[in-house]
Each structure stands twice: as C-alpha cells, then as structure tokens.
Design a protein around this ligand. Sequence first.
Ligand code: SF4
Length: 370
Amino acid sequence: MYSNILYSQLNYRTSNNAFATLLETAIAHYTNLEINDIRMLLNECINNKEKKAQIIDIVSNQKSQKHNNTLQAIIPQYHTSQCIDDCAYCGFRKSNPHVLRTELNDNDFEKELELILSWGYTNIEFVYSNDTNFPAKRIAERIVKAKRMGKSIGKELEIGINAPPLSLEDYRILNDAGIDFVLLWMETYSDSYSKWHPNNTPKSDFNYRIDIFDRSIQAGIKKYAFAVLFGLSDWVEDVLNLIAHGLYIRKTYGVEPYIIGNPRLKRAMGLNVENSRFIIDDENYIFINYLFKLIFPETKLFINTRETIDMNLELIKGGGDFFTIDCGTFPGAYLNSELVRDGQEQFHTSYYNREKTVALLQEKGYKVIF
Ligand code: SF4
C-alpha cells in the first residue's frame, strides 16, 4: 500500500547529476528516473525560463510525432450534489446551506446521457460527491446501462468514475460492470490536508484516500487518473509527491497513469479561495504540465474548463490529451443549463461553446476526436 511508503519518501536527497544528463535519461529511459532526479530537474527549472522552454519543446515534439495534434474530447456527467463531506473549497460541502441538493434520477440519467451521446461523446466521466445513495452497485448499474446505450447506436463508450475512494470489493463490482478508469484527485499530499478536510468527515482519512489505486488496480482496473488541486498547499511538494505516487505505481504494478489532472483552485459558492498564497503562477503551471508528460509519456492530461481556452491552448502542444469542452458541474446541467448559470455549481468554470471551441482548435491545427 502506498501509505506505508509515502512518509519515508518525503526526505529527498539532493542529486549530483547534471541537468543535461537527467534530461537525456528522461527522454531515452524515463522509467529509470527516481524521485530525487525529478526534484533536481524541477529545482533547475523553477526560476529558469530557458530550461522550462527546452522541456516544453522536447515534449511538444514527442507528442506531435506520436499524436499528430489529435485530442480526445471528454465530458463529465454529475450524478449528485448531496455530500457528507465538508471540503472547505467546494460548493457541495455539507456545511453550505445555499446549494441545491439533488441527484440525477434514473430517468434523467438516461435522458442526459442520450443528449451527451447525440453530441458525439464516447469518453464520459461519471462524477459523484460523497453520497450514500450511490453505493458501488448503483454506480455499476449505470455503467452497464451507459455501455448498452452506446452499443445500441454503434459506439463503444469509455467510462470512468470520479467518486470517493471505495473498497477493493467495490472496485471488483465496478470492474465486473465494465468500468474503464478510476479518477481521484488527491487534493494535497501535505500536512495541510487535515485543514481542508475536517476530521469528523470520511474524507479526513488520508491513508484510505491515497491507497485507492492499490485497491482499484488489485481489483483489475488498470487505468487510473490522479491530480493534486493546485492552491491547497506548496505546489512544488505536491507535484513531487504526485509524481512519487505515480513512480510507486509504475514500480509496484507496472502501470502508468492513464490521466493526470491539473485543476487549480477556483472560487466556489460562498468562498473566495483564488487568492490562496499557494496558487501556482501561469508560467510554472504550464511547465509542470509538460514535466508530467516528460515523466509519464504514455499519460494524457485532463484539460479542464477551470482554465481559459487561451491557457489550455498552452498545455496541449502536439496533442495526445483529453480535452473538456462541455462541463456542467451539477446533476442535470446539460438538460437544464440554468442549473449552472445561477451559481449552482461545484466550483467556478469557464463556459466553452462546443462548435466555436472545436472550430478554434481546428484552426490551430488540432483534430478533436469525440
Ligand atoms: S470535494 Fe467532493 S467530497 Fe468534498 S465536499 Fe465537494 S463534492 Fe463533497
């Protein structure tokens, strides 16, 4: 389990290897990289624009050769806004009396999914807050239903779930149902985790959270997606801890991350958190996304609508990533867009018009596959 080794990894040694040697290793033998090497690469780049640009160029070229500017569209579908957790940065936190509490009932689930399929999507992320009305069995039924609906129109759907961490047994149920990938944003690996997640809530169990992929992979689900939420704590340590977690999974299970997310803290109902002193600046944010792709070249970024389209264009050079265009962060948001317009959302997002966004991406040389 990852929680057994995380704490011993936090005292990084300084590596004496030169930047050029490390970069060469990263390009030719990325699986040989150790976390201390990556710490050194990061340290060398944080205040050095040229070195950052060098890495961005190398990775963009690699991506371009492999993916030829192709992106895959992905869409979240929210199934509930009811939550027994109380994360201080989230509009769905249980202590927020103003947000509408609702779940997507089975009827609306199918109706909304039909709509999503009619837009052409085949990659879908089911999103769950911590709602006891959605045990693994019910989620599994929705996965089976969605796959059938896809097949009935000749489409093979890829479905991931972004839900609170579940047990090994629950992941077996989801695996049997045909789930394709499991997403969990780790939020932060730092001590401040307990500050953001009150200790009388399920999410305060940090070890249970960080061992999620040990359980999901042992249950047979080989694709996993993770991220930190930039803005909760010191971003350098969070980035290194996220990468160390990925290296652990590589070494233990021979599995590469399927997706790395890159959310930055945004305002949520009743909260203004964007001025957190831990917010990562744009220049380093762009660089970190390419550092992820350098260390995990098989992995796709989860490009999200918390960012502006201009920022997202900076992150996708060469292609090979998942790109979010439609993003209603509320149950039923695609059936009734008013639900998100009046602020009933988990956190603030930008709104992209589908046709215009696809046209813009095409104009920039990208091909978007739905
Ligand atoms: S982040 Fe997730 S678990 Fe935390 S309050 Fe929001 S919906 Fe609930």
